[in-house]
Design a protein. Structure first.
Length: 189
């Protein structure tokens, strides 16, 4: 079993046995986890875990990682998750919930995306929003751009109550996601 407290110092001293143990311990679990949670292909999951291990090793050797603030598993899975998402973005244009919110608000997309991907995703999200019925566009704009609460949206759009507004927003988000799928975009919450 791996002693997480000593891993960093062992690797820093040139002992690569802990890397092998970590690889064997978490590789298959990461593959299953990323396939289930991020709809990664097995190849994407394997590549992402491999990259996460390389980054982990490089961060220790460079002195960038001197101690873990989280469990080793959480650290590796977090790196691996971003690698999976980046691979998916490059391969098939993935849109995250945060991307949708940022475009609806009129903000720029995440810094981790390449400029070409930002422009493409923003254009596709804007196209999908434009295809929504006007009432859906209004609800999403009021909620995300104007930051109205559900009660205020209900008053503004003459809905019965906040629950009706919340239900309408949920329906509109589902419609938006469906429009994105028609544009061959993959949506991840």
């Amino acid at each position: 079993m791996i002693n997480e407290k000593n891993i960093i110092s062992q690797i820093k001293q040139g002992n690569e046995n802990p890397l092998l143990e970590i690889y064997k311990l978490y590789r298959n679990e990461f593959i299953k986890w990323s396939i289930k949670n991020y709809k990664a292909s097995e190849e994407q999951a394997k590549d992402s875990f491999q990259e996460a291990m390389i980054i982990f090793h490089q961060n220790i050797i460079s002195g960038q990682l001197t101690e873990l603030d989280t469990s080793l598993k959480t650290y590796l899975f977090q790196i691996g998750k971003f690698k999976v998402l980046n691979l998916q973005k490059k391969e098939s244009r993935v849109v995250t919930y945060n991307d949708l919110v940022q475009v609806i608000k009129g903000n720029e997309l995440n810094d981790y995306m390449e400029e070409e991907d930002k422009i493409y995703n923003k254009e596709q999200i804007s196209k999908a929003i434009a295809k929504l019925p006007e009432d859906c566009q209004k609800v999403l704009k009021l909620y995300y751009f104007d930051e109205f609460d559900m009660e205020s949206i209900a008053r503004e759009l003459n809905y019965k109550n906040a629950d009706t507004a919340k239900s309408k927003k949920s329906i509109c988000m589902k419609r938006l996601i469906e429009e994105l799928k028609k544009l061959s975009m993959i949506f991840i919450f």
